[in-house]
Design a protein around this ligand. Sequence first.
Ligand SMILES: Nc1nc2c(c(=O)[nH]1)N[C@H]1C(S)=C(S)[C@@H](COP(=O)(O)O)O[C@H]1N2
Ligand SMILES: [Mo]
Length: 524
Amino acid sequence: MKPSKRSRGATALAAVAGVAAAAVVLSVAELIGAFFTTRATPLIALGSTFIDFTPLWMKNFAVETFGTNDKAALFVGMGVTILLLACVLGIVAYRKWALGVAGVLLMGAVIVGSVVTRASVKPVDAVPSLIGTAAGLVVLRFLITRLWRMQEWPDQAADRAAKEPERPATTRRGFFAAAGITAAASAIAATGGRMLSAARSNVAAARESLQLPAPAKAAAAVPAGVQSKAPGVTPWLTPNKDFYRIDTALSVPEINAQDWELRIHGLVEQEVRLTFQDLLDARLIESHVSLTCVSNPVGGNLAGNAKWLGMPIRDVLKMARPTQGADMVLSTSVDGFSASTPLEVLQDDRDAMLAIGMNGEPLPLEHGYPVRMVVPGLYGFVSATKWVVDLEVTRFADNKAYWTQRGWSERGPIKTMARVEVPKSFAKVPAGKVALGGTAWAQTRGITKVEVQIDNGPWTEAVLSDEASLITWRQWSLDWDATPGPHYIKVRATDGTGQVQTDKRADPVPEGASGWQSVMVTVE
Ligand SMILES: Nc1nc2c(c(=O)[nH]1)N[C@H]1C(S)=C(S)[C@@H](COP(=O)(O)O)O[C@H]1N2
Ligand SMILES: [Mo]
């Protein structure tokens, strides 16, 4: 059947039909997917693919603008993109059905492609997306046929009514009812699917009941005065629930500790496989280590400090015995993220570990349960692989990690950074004595000095809080006699090698932001 008259109204309705059909494809795939797997479900896989194909500048923009809400922002972006494409799909199908079919099949192919290219999936994981595609096609055909009927001239309608008396003409209201019911059913199916996937997973419960062993080497005692004297400064030890989270995982990978296995291979004399029980039985160490994200802008809060429990990676490497020429370990997570860490950093005496505990608890799921890497002194993107399942001893010349392939550097030593936390940027404070304070870090080098400059005055040394170690951040405070008016507070740190933090501004890409933070406050 061909449309005989066209109106702008019909085009809009066709767009609605496209959206309803796309919703059916996704929701049916998601609901059926819930019975197949709890990880590479179609929506999550599609989202991950969307992330992988998001241009670098947009990703950086998302992280810089939305911080740890970057995922929500990407989801919204994906939703809008799908919505627009679905509108086009409906209009195309209305004008030329064959093209509509091609469009739905293309959509199905993209979803199937996303699912099967995720790490650790089986071919059967494609089945839900195929069924979803078929369902979407049926719904699209149903709705578009209704539209064609609505657009018939009266004589055509009468003609057809005579031939097919059991099929009454469609009204706009009937069309909207059909599209609306489809959309509502899709929303319910998609939500149900997501909830079912979540409920099927019992990893969270297993984590709750896991008893961590005591370390063979306990963490060094933390001096009493590590916390900044200025009220309102970040706690020196970051509680797990407040620890920043940055990763490419749209749904948190759920790995059963009993199923977890780590393979250490590549340029080694002895390939090694470790189970979670092997880790529990190993000589564990505990250590406070501050992590920092390379995407952290100057003054940003993508950094945290926790007490980690784990097996030293150098012990694992001793078992595997790297061969001549190896200079890097490529660590890969269950979801395909990877990091390139210099081999020597994992062999020296810093506390690089395969961590299983964070602040006295098993790793939270979002922070890498059951096992992640923690490497003092390096940004997370080249070292802190969560949900780690594979260590390949290799060479920088032969292998590139996830972010290096996307324009970031291959190595990532943490740059010296000082932050003003109180008062907050653009705060209004009363004149008189104002407590300034914040945090500084230069993991593995330590912080020996923090200086503050008010407007263009002299640099004044701040009071440093106690130092716990060279691999943890260090806090500072300074009393300032504030005079009315607008003021700029600048801060800079000096590391343990005597190097003053550079004032040269650099963007986070490719190897971390630099420059001095400057905070504007108004004194009243
Ligand atoms: N599997 C996996 N591990 C990962 C990442 C990731 O995207 N996937 N991101 C890394 C980055 S960029 C950082 S900064 C740290 C952050 O660790 P956190 O989320 O526990 O703070 O994890 C690292 N480990
Ligand atoms: Mo990061």
